[in-house]
Design a protein around this ligand. Structure first.
Ligand SMILES: Nc1ncnc2c1ncn2[C@@H]1O[C@H](COP(=O)(O)OP(=O)(O)OP(=O)(O)O)[C@@H](O)[C@H]1O
Length: 306
C-alpha cells in the first residue's frame, strides 16, 4: 500500500551540530505511529520539520493525498505543539472559531465545526468559559480540536500528554484512541506505555537516528526473549554466587546489580533448574525468583541505554 507520509534521509543541522541524522520512515494511511525516544533524541526537531515549521537541512518529506503527492502538505496536516500557546482571555469557542478561520474555513464553516468539535472533545459545556480557567487536560483537548477542525489527513502531536496529570493523561489518550479510528496519527512521546496504549507502529529514535522501527506487535514478538529475574539475600554467600552466575554457559546475557540479577537465557526451564540446583549447593537465600519473557519496556530501556 502507498504510504500517506514518506520521509527519506531527513536531516537537521544546527550550525555544526547534526541533531536529526538522515532518518527514513513511512506512515500508512489509517495507522497510528509513535515517535518514541528519550529527551533530546530529536523528536521535536523531526516533528517541527514534518509540520512545516522548520526547514530540513537535507532529505525529503512527501505527503500523498488520494495516492498523489501534494506540493504543499501543510493544509492537510493538523498539528499540536508540545507547549501550545492559548490566549487566556479568549473563550474555548472563540479560540476554535479563530483557529478554524486561520485553517481556511469560511466563517460559517468555522462556527459549525467549532460547535461539533467542542462536543467531540468533551468541552461542549465549557465553550463559553475563558481558556485561562481551563485545566491542563481541557487545554490539551482544546488543542486537539484546533488541530482537527479542518479535518486534516494527518494529525501530528508533539508529546501531547507529557505535561498532564494522570487524569488529564487518561482523558487525552482515550480521546486520541477515538480520533485514530478516523485520522492517521503521528505522535511523539518518551513514554513507551503511551505509545502502546494507542499506536500500532513505533519509530524509536535515539541521538537523531532510528534505533528500531516497525509494527508494535511484530517487534514485541520478535524481540521477546526468555529471562530470569532473581533477588538474593544480602549475606556474602548469596552475593558471591550471584556475582558469578553470568559465567554460566546457558546465560546469554547477564545484568547484575547488587542483590539483583536479570539473565537472558535460551531455555528458561533448563536454566531455572540448573540455577536452583547450584544455588542450593551454595546455600543461597532467594528473595525473588521469577521467570518469563522480556517485555517491550526491557527492549526500550536496552535501546535507550545502549
Ligand atoms: N534551535 C536549536 N539550535 C541548536 N540545537 C537545538 C535546537 N533545537 C534543538 N536543538 C538540540 O537538538 C537536540 C534534539 O532536540 P529535540 O527537542 O528535537 O529533542 P526531543 O527528542 O524532542 O527532546 P525532549 O523530549 O526533551 O523535547 C537537543 O540536543 C537540542 O538541544
Amino acid at each position: 500500500m502507498t504510504p500517506l507520509l514518506q520521509v527519506d534521509g531527513l536531516t537537521k543541522r544546527f550550525k555544526e551540530r547534526t541533531v536529526v541524522k538522515g532518518i527514513s520512515f513511512s506512515v500508512a494511511e489509517g495507522s497510528c505511529a509513535a515517535l518514541l525516544g528519550p529527551n533530546g533524541a530529536g523528536k521535536t526537531t523531526t516533528i517541527s520539520m514534518l509540520a512545516g515549521l522548520l526547514q530540513p537541512t537535507e532529505g525529503s518529506i512527501q505527503l500523498r493525498v488520494g495516492g498523489k503527492p501534494v506540493l504543499d502538505r501543510r493544509p492537510y496536516i493538523g498539528y499540536l505543539p508540545q507547549m501550545p500557546v492559548f490566549y487566556p482571555w479568549m473563550s474555548g469557542k472563540e479560540f476554535l472559531n479563530y483557529a478554524g478561520e486561520l485553517a481556511g474555513l469560511t466563517t460559517r464553516e468555522a462556527a459549525l465545526k467549532t460547535g461539533e468539535w467542542l462536543e467531540a472533545v468533551g468541552l461542549g459545556a465549557d465553550g463559553q468559559r475563558k481558556i485561562g480557567g481551563y485545566s491542563g487536560g481541557m487545554k490539551q483537548r482544546l488543542g486537539l480540536a484546533q488541530a482537527l477542525i479542518h479535518r486534516p489527513k494527518l494529525l501530528i502531536l508533539d508529546e501531547p500528554v507529557s505535561a498532564l496529570d494522570p487524569a488529564g493523561r487518561k482523558d487525552v489518550l482515550s480521546l486520541l484512541q477515538r480520533i485514530r479510528r478516523e485520522t492517521t496519527v503521528l505522535f511523539s512521546t518518551h513514554v513507551l506505555h503511551d505509545a502502546e496504549e494507542i499506536c500500532d507502529e513505533i519509530l524509536m529514535i535515539k541521538a537523531g537516528e532510528i534505533a528500531l522501527q516497525g509494527n508494535l506487535e511484530h517487534i514485541r514478538r520478535e524481540y521477546s526473549e526468555p529471562v530470569i529475574r532473581m533477588e538474593v539475600g544480602g549475606e556474602k554467600a548469596s552475593q558471591d554466587w550471584l556475582a558469578s552466575v553470568g559465567n554460566k554457559a546457558f546465560v546469554l546475557q547477564a545484568e547484575i546489580a547488587g542483590t539483583r540479577a536479570e539473565l537472558t537465557v535460551a531455555d528458561v526451564e533448563q536454566a531455572s533448574h540448573e540455577l536452583m540446583e547450584d544455588a542450593v549447593a551454595h546455600h543461597v537465600i532467594f528473595r525473588k525468583f521469577e521467570s518469563g519473557q522480556s517485555t517491550l519496556e526491557d527492549l526500550f530501556m536496552k535501546v535507550v541505554q545502549a
